[in-house]
Design a protein around this ligand. Sequence first.
Ligand code: NAD
Length: 568
Amino acid sequence: MSYVFRPIQRLIEKGFYDPATRTVRAIKTKEMFTDSRDWQIEGALRMLFHVLDPDVAKDPKNLIVYGGTGKACRNWEAFEAIVDTLLTMRSDETLVIQSGKPVAVFETHRLAPRIIMANALIVPKWADWDYFRELETRGLTMFGQMTAGCWAYIGTQGILQGTYETFAFAAEKHFGGSLEGKLVLTAGLGEMGGAQPLAVKMNGGVAIVVEVDKKMIERRIRFGYLDTWTDSLDRALDLAHRYLERGEGYSIGLLGNASDIYWQLYKEGFKPDVVTDQTPAHDPLSYIPSGLSVEEAEILRNKDPEKYKKMSMESMRRQVEAMVGFMRRGSVVFEYGNNIRRMAYEAGYSEAFSFPGFVQAYIRPMFEEGRGPFRWASLTGDPKDIEILDDEVIEMFRHNKRLVRWIENARRFVKFQGLPSRVVWLGYGERAAFGLKINELVRRGVIGPIWIGRDHLDSGSVASPYRETEGMKDGSDAIADWPVLNALLNASAGATWVCVHHGGGVGIGYSIHAGLGLVLDGTPESDFRAKHVLTTDPGIGVIRHADAGYETSIRIVKEKNIKAPMIK
Ligand code: NAD
């Protein structure tokens, strides 16, 4: 294929994309590449390149960003067509992306979203992995996970904050506020799970994290998220006890299969203080069954997927049985958003739901306030912009001790991946105030243009009955109107891009969720977008919870005068 007459050539020439090796690099320049010279479009282009940077994405050659097979776009042809379109489209047009494939550009208006996306949506009757894969093989869809398909993934930091909060909540609820002297057993050092060792350490605890792939262990050590590793269970336990006695935070990667190790520890009468898991259990073809190496798993997955799935389900069943066993022994046990209880249940273990999911156990009180994983990135790749915004967020929210502790820890431990970025959990009112502050700093030239986004795991943007909406007060766990309303509302309010996805986190058939991107370029238009989007987005979260009967949300609706005709 010749690239000579294609707009993408300008990025190839600058070394941001190499079509021969399929290498994409985050664009960290002040120079703009889009014809529009409009940061609303340039920002979207940069976020696409950012999520596919080798420092960010798990398997960039296959366009996979994180979370099993979560992709940024359908295939390389679609990638190039998206880039060509972004480089040449006008500031009053909207690009339509259907499961990672750019299908149309329509004239809309300047304050409309520049991009709208839908990923992996399937009519409910057909919505399972088997049918999804059939459609995927026929080139008709792609799995966008949560933040992969809407270009909002910021590396492991994104999940680090959420994981830090979760363990902090668990520490508060069960151990008087700290994990000091406590052992956490967990598994999976992938793009999400890789945050666990550092999050436990930030809370003062010792983590043993079982991971089957040595490359993933090495990657976490390289990024500073994991302290050491071993392939011996005895050595891992010895090391853990040494640090537990000293009351020092520490993290150990244990090379092995979670199903085997959990079962062995359970059978040997062991009782960790906290047990969870972040293997990719949402997808039985990503979870590695007991008895197979990573390489053997790859071969069997291709040769005999049915046999693979059976082995996977059986391994998950045994792992969950061990987890329930730990719980009965007195460990604090929770599922960490990967649907492993459901898989074990489907594999015949009727007691799989004996322990709760992490949202129900620890995160819901934050969702009730519209609080969730709000994040920003420097679109010119300048780490100084993030430092300035770190100071600013501390200044504005000094009263929030947990937030201040997080920023201090993040500054110390987090290595940026791709475009420098930061995540902080902010709530209703706080997000709009901070967004307007950022835009003011951009306008004054103190910092460069900034992208704002968030995880789909947020207050009002997701329906996921085994995770974010598990055990809702009014039984509305499976009502999926809310994420769709969230996306429609954010599009009406002026988000730069919006998306609706299916299946992120817990797998096809189990969730519907929405995301957004918002570019702040210092213009009055960005003030308008920030003020509205950063109010509607957490606002619909408060309403969703108020509607379900949560007292805190009802109080916020009244105090902040949110118009809600049926909330009394
Ligand atoms: P990933 O695919 O990037 O990594 C999974 C890791 O688990 C890999 O390193 C893999 O080698 C390892 N693994 C697979 N099978 C194993 C086994 N049997 N024993 C030990 N290690 C094994 O996935 P990820 O992005 O880290 O996500 C992990 C899970 O968490 C997924 O199910 C994802 O949907 C879910 N998730 C959770 C949250 C959350 O908020 N907690 C958010 C998004 C996704």
